[in-house]
Design a protein around this ligand. Structure first.
Ligand SMILES: [Zn+2]
Length: 483
């Protein structure tokens, strides 16, 4: 073999070892780092030295493992945190580490998990366990769905009714409850302000920020049960909508012609912003029925006064109002993709859930996008596995809503989007709606390992690795324990 051939052979073997080595040589890391160079051999070292490198991004790190010690380079505590998470996944049962070099940085900045605690409430300990697991997979955002028609779960001092009446529903079973007030009790379940502060601190220690969601103006039945004057219709009509006319969704919209409703949500957002020290607040905006507004004297008067053409324009007016209200408090607004209808105030972030289309349109008009289309990201959809014994809502059983691990992994947030708009996609998240999820066991089954697949798409980038490679690493990954 010539010298040139030998050099070539060495280069090829390095590439093979570093990037496409046989399954057992690829370290069982999830998500997989940007660059890995295996050096051969094991290290017994416990010594870890942290060095500053200001040229690295805030979540990026470099890692080197040698016989005589481990070195981490990073520009911030987040980079060091993620390097230590990587070390934890690398460490074998007997305590050794493979000698290697890693360079790593996330592809997306928004790597989230949504938990719906309105439909079913899980409590602080479960939330902490979710935050622990999120941090193992370098997820950095917890979208906390605390408010919906089925229960208000956050203490608001100015409106104590919300956590008395609003945090109780007469039936634990969501599918029966939605059509009837029925009997029995579920609650009161909610987080006190001290609970929230505890969770915020717990998440911050794991480099996870929290985006709280306060639904406006739909999904507000719990609010109206506490404050009937916030509905466009009388309580008799409201109850008729719920019980007999099949218009239970329509009952969930507040009256946008009523100034007291606007003040109510402003006051709620004031207290929410005090609790959550982050730059982003979610105001919902999805699935809001608008029929009540068309016949309501107050809503009609608002539309006339503001020269608003139709009911969708009325929702746009309200969204723009709260986008500005939050901007004046130094916060950015996130909303579901329905907030695009009728025009959207600059600066708002769009969460594209009905498909990619909303996100594509939002990016075209210069809005940042969290791309989380339900067919890839809704973990209340069945896993398709033979041993799946969890309950699911009826609407989840359409064939196209089967969401096996491989489909979650195949998700491409950029699908259908011209390259010049990719920069508007800040990331994605898995969404854990809990209409039919009652227990932590079922929640964990639906959430993991599908959330790991989403986490790798977000950290490593779409299409960076193959599903087989992911599955092989996941099987061996020592963080992959969720029972
Ligand atoms: Zn009204």
């Amino acid at each position: 073999m010539s010298a040139a051939s030998r050099i070539l052979a060495v280069i090829v073997s390095q590439i093979v070892l570093g990037f496409v080595a046989s399954a057992d040589d690829v370290p069982a890391l999830v998500p997989y780092p940007s660059k890995v160079r295996m050096l051969g051999g094991k290290s017994q070292t416990q010594s870890v030295k942290v060095l500053k490198d200001a040229s690295l991004g805030s979540e990026a790190y470099r890692l080197s493992v040698r016989d005589d010690g481990v070195e981490i380079w990073c520009s911030s505590s987040a980079g060091e945190f993620y390097a230590r998470k990587t070390i934890a996944q690398l460490r074998s049962d007997n305590g050794t580490l493979p000698c290697l070099d890693i360079e790593d940085a996330p592809h997306f900045s928004w790597r989230g998990v949504l938990l719906d605690e309105s439909r079913h409430f899980f409590g602080k300990d479960v939330v902490k366990r979710i935050l622990d697991r999120m941090s193992d997979y370098k997820l950095n955002l917890f979208h906390w769905h605390l408010v919906d028609s089925q229960g208000w779960r956050i203490q608001i001092d100015r409106y104590p009714e919300l956590t008395k009446r609003g945090a109780v529903r007469p039936m634990p079973d969501w599918e029966h409850w939605i059509r009837d007030d029925g009997f029995g009790e579920y609650g009161p379940f909610f987080y006190t302000k001290d609970d929230i502060r505890e969770i915020v601190a717990y998440a911050a220690a794991r480099h996870i920020r929290i985006v709280p969601e306060i639904e406006i103006p739909g999904h507000s039945r719990a609010v109206i049960m506490c404050y009937p004057q916030f509905s466009c219709v009388s309580m008799d009509v409201f109850m008729d909508m719920i019980r007999t006319s099949g218009k239970y969704d329509q009952a969930g919209a507040v009256c946008l012609g009523n100034d007291d409703v606007i003040r109510f949500f402003e006051n709620v957002l004031d207290e929410v912003c005090e609790l959550f020290p982050y730059d982003t607040v979610h105001i919902g905006g999805d699935e809001c029925p608008r029929d009540n507004w068309k016949n309501c004297p107050k809503c009609k008067a608002r539309m006339k006064a503001k020269e608003i053409a139709d009911a969708s324009g009325l929702q746009s007016w309200a969204t723009a109002h709260f986008v500005k209200y939050l901007a004046d408090k130094g916060r950015r607004t996130v909303g579901w993709d329905e907030i695009l209808q009728g025009g959207l105030a600059p600066g708002a972030i769009v969460m594209s859930w009905r498909g990619h289309e909303g996100g594509i349109a939002a990016a075209q008009s210069g809005h940042e996008v969290v791309m989380c289309p339900h067919l890839y990201c809704y973990l209340d959809y069945p896993t398709g596995e033979k041993d799946d014994r969890c309950a699911y809502p009826q609407f989840c059983f359409l064939e196209k809503r089967r969401l096996p691990l491989e489909k979650v992994y195949s998700f491409n947030p950029y699908e259908g989007m011209p390259k010049e708009h990719h920069r508007y996609i800040v990331g994605s998240q898995s969404l854990n709606w809990t209409e039919s999820t009652w227990s932590e066991k079922d929640l964990a089954y639906k959430m993991w390992p599908r959330t790991c697949a989403n986490a790798e798409v977000l950290w490593s980038g779409p299409g960076a690795r193959t599903f087989n490679d992911f599955q092989s690493r996941l099987k061996r990954c020592n963080s992959a324990r969720w029972d």
